[in-house]
Design a binder for this molecule. Structure first.
Ligand code: PEP
Ligand code: MG
Length: 316
């Protein structure tokens, strides 16, 4: 059967034995909403707001931000919408934000939340636009900080969100230090979402912008799976949800492995939703767990993929 024939474009994400894994969309702005809705997204797991700030000489004003955020929130009445606050720097440079200095290693420099800590008025303006956009929509807004490194970062972000009147603030796990210390970060975060693109880059010390680093840029690296497992188990102990919103979630086989590792939702580019939904519907949670264990026992990403596929026949 053609892959498309196995795709499933509606219904909540769940395994064959009924374990629910909400399937959410990654979006860059309102223009991505039609595809998210057509492909049955249960909400937005990652709204990359930096697209609103790209390629312009000034930051978007309050009204412009409120309008964009409200359009997204209104598309999912009653559903959750996770809005990531501005993730500038490194692979996402912005013209109008003053750089701290020439950085020899931008990926290891002042990016994401680090930049907002130097420019808090930019973050405060965004949070206040988000708070206003949420008003009267009945949507469930969750704001999320990128590039959080430690509990101190998370506490700082939670305080900024609370000051803006936003109830739900969480963090991305993209830095290995945060994955290892998720238990401590959980005191200051309502939810977690693992960014496997950056987590792979930092776990394997392999620049995501440099071509040809091969297996070190592969989220199937067992070390990355170990970090996901550590994050999922310690956040669960703390009573917090822990999704994945990196590209890894869009790979149907890896989505099943992530489910087996204990992640609680999967967010991806909308076009990947039907195949991931169909894959989950064909496997049981115990099989996902066996596949996750087999993948973690492998020596490298190729071996991990093969080991998982053996536990999940018919998916690869
Ligand atoms: C990630 O790092 O996995 C992620 C989802 O964020 P971005 O790709 O926007 O850095
Ligand atoms: Mg990232």
């Amino acid at each position: 059967a053609r892959a498309a024939a196995a795709a499933q474009s509606t219904g909540p994400g769940r395994t064959a034995d009924g374990h629910g894994i909400p399937l959410l969309a990654n979006i860059g702005g309102p223009k991505d909403l039609p595809a998210a809705l057509e492909n049955g997204a249960e909400g937005v797991g990652l709204y990359r707001t930096e697209f609103l700030f790209l390629d312009r000489a000034d930051a978007p004003g309050h009204e412009e931000q409120v309008a964009a955020y409200r359009t997204v929130l209104e598309a999912f009445p009653g559903g959750r919408v996770v809005v990531r606050t501005l993730d500038a720097g490194a692979d996402k440079p912005l013209e109008f934000l003053p750089a701290a200095a020439e950085e020899p290693n931008p990926a290891l420099g002042e990016r994401g939340l680090r930049m907002m800590r130097r420019l808090p008025e930019t973050l405060d303006a965004q949070l206040s636009a988000l708070a206003e956009a949420e008003r009267d929509t009945g949507a469930y807004l969750q704001v999320m900080a990128p590039m959080v490194t430690d509990a101190e970062d998370a506490a700082w972000f939670a305080a900024a969100a609370a000051k803006a009147g936003i109830q739900h603030a969480g963090v991305m796990i993209e830095v290995p230090a945060a994955a290892l210390r998720a238990r401590h970060i959980a005191t200051h975060a309502d939810f977690f979402s693992i960014g496997t693109n950056d987590l792979t880059q930092y776990a394997c010390a392999a620049d995501r912008e440099t071509a040809g680093l091969g297996r070190f840029q592969d989220p199937w690296q067992p070390a990355v799976l170990d970090l996901v497992a550590a994050s999922a188990s310690s956040t669960a102990e703390a009573g917090r949800s822990c999704g994945v919103c990196g590209e890894a979630a869009a790979d149907p086989l890896l989505a099943c492995v992530l489910t087996g590792l204990g992640v609680t939702s999967l967010s991806m580019g909308a076009s990947a939703l039907p195949l991931v939904r169909a894959a989950l519907a064909r496997v049981e949670l115990a099989q996902c767990r066996a596949a996750a264990e087999a993948a973690r026992a492998a020596r490298g990403p190729e071996e991990a993929r093969k080991a998982a596929a053996e536990q999940l026949p018919g998916l690869a």
